[in-house]
Design a protein around this ligand. Structure first.
Ligand code: SF4
Length: 449
């Protein structure tokens, strides 16, 4: 390999795959290292400490992580003083395999132990013995205190993710998350409010609350109210904060008081990303999703009745083990009825260690064909919906110039429509009114009102 730039002592670089929770964890990993005097390197080859924060939700990100570990073996040969750590879901699941296939890795840290990273880095710098930290908290249930410590002193960001709940108790048959992230734990309300207050004081205008089943936050009902609704109302009072989003709610835990909160709480946005996963009851049963198509559609109906302009997006898996032609048609029919504003659509990918991985699998071509059919249907629905939005005026939080066209500014509407419009730099970070003038697959073009 050609000689890489010289590693800067006392610098780190984190490579991230996967979901928003991982992005958030990566930022925290960096902040932990900054506590012991490290600074962020501009690029990977310049860093003394390299962390790979991995994802196991599908096979592809795992393959990418192993491929990068192969490249890092070459880097470590020419720069033996660098430290390499593997973190995240793949680390939690496959620590032994990582050590076997990539002996140049110094430590493997699971999802519940990122606070250990500074100590592991120091040990790697002095002793160089392979280390693992893989314990996951056992505790299950409502709000608990033993959730990871979080740093809030960060760079000002217009929009920030804030984890409010870790782990998951649902055990859907296709999903590895309960194994990689442990049982459901919710952060105390006051701690979340303090963090969001501090972020808003630094200039954050929008927070997205993160949890695997975010609306089961705190679990137990208090006087008929879900703790999640209560939390949204508490955050509504945070000075300087303009917008609250959340992802992802679990359909069965979506109660009437949450719909009322979305309708009445001024800072809660009119957008809901609610995973459907399968559009036929028999599929949902095999996935061990604890709701039916009709109960899902009832929530959609109630949300749209309460908040007519709400946009609803979703996740759908096709080619789940044993999915018949009739079941797939059922999913298409549900998608036609639901008219989602957007969808992340995936062909099922077996995850070792999950029940669905042991079920009879469909051929890859069938999965691909069904995925393409579903994507075409969903795109035609999005085209129709977006065309119907032309002429309407939306409140948009201006994020800055479009990366592809610096003359055009971009931002999301309250309903999570991406909007592009001509504006000036001085509007960045402000809420503006934009009239949609043209619909696109990715969102809307518009003009300032
Ligand atoms: S609800 Fe199901 S899909 Fe979502 S994280 Fe939990 S087990 Fe995974």
């Amino acid at each position: 390999m050609s000689k890489p730039p010289r590693a800067q002592r006392g610098t780190y670089f984190v490579v991230t795959w996967g979901c928003q929770m991982n992005e958030e964890d990566s930022e925290q990993m960096g902040l932990f290292l900054e506590q012991i005097g490290f600074t962020r390197a501009d690029s990977l080859p310049e860093a003394q400490v390299i962390l790979l924060n991995t994802c196991s939700v599908r096979k592809k990100p795992e393959d990418k992580a192993f491929s990068m570990l192969g490249e890092l073996a070459e880097l470590k040969e020419v720069r033996p003083d660098i430290v390499i750590g593997v973190c995240g879901c793949m680390a939690q699941l496959r620590a032994d395999e990582i050590h076997r296939r990539a002996p140049h890795v110094d430590f493997v840290v699971g999802t519940g132990q990122i606070a250990e990273i500074p100590a592991l880095v120091n040990e790697a710098l002095s002793e160089r013995n392979f280390q693992t930290r893989l314990d996951l908290p056992e505790r299950k249930g409502a709000i608990v205190e033993d959730v990871p410590h979080r740093f809030v002193a960060r760079e000002t960001k217009l929009k920030t993710f804030v984890p409010i709940q870790y782990g998951c108790d649902k055990f859907c048959t296709f999903c590895i998350v309960p194994t990689t992230r442990g049982r459901e734990r919710s952060r105390p309300v006051d701690e979340i409010v303090a963090e969001v207050t501090s972020l808003a004081a630094q200039g954050t205008k929008e927070v997205t609350l993160l949890g695997q089943t975010v609306n089961s936050y705190g679990k137990n009902l208090v006087d008929g109210k879900t703790p999640f609704s209560e939390l949204l109302w508490r955050l509504n009072d945070v000075p300087g904060l303009e917008r609250i989003r959340y992802t992802s709610p679990y359909p069965r835990d979506f109660r009437a008081d949450l719909i009322e909160t979305i309708r009445d709480c001024p800072k809660v946005m009119e957008h809901c990303h609610m995973p459907l996963q399968g559009g036929k009851d028999s599929l949902l049963q095999r996935m061990k999703r604890l709701y039916t198509v009709e109960s899902f559609m009832e929530i959609l109906g109630a949300l749209r009745a309460a908040v007519p302009q709400i946009s609803i997006t979703t996740d759908i898996i096709v080619g789940f083990p044993g999915e018949t032609e009739e079941e797939f048609e059922g999913t298409l029919e549900t998608v036609r009825r639901a008219r989602f504003n957007g969808a992340f659509m995936f062909a099922y990918s077996p995850r070792p260690g999950t029940p669905a991985a042991t079920m009879e699998q469909l051929p890859v071509e069938v999965k691909k064909h069904r995925l393409n059919t579903l994507i075409a249907l969903q795109q035609s629905i999005v085209e129709e919906i977006n065309a119907g939005l032309v002429g309407q005026v939306f409140e948009v939080l201006v994020e800055g110039p479009s990366p592809k066209n610096p003359g055009i500014y971009q931002g999301y509407s309250r309903e999570f429509h991406m909007m592009h419009f001509a504006a000036g730099r001085e509007l960045t970070g402000r809420l503006v009114q934009v009239r949609a003038t043209r619909s696109r697959m990715w969102g809307l073009e518009g003009e300032l009102v």
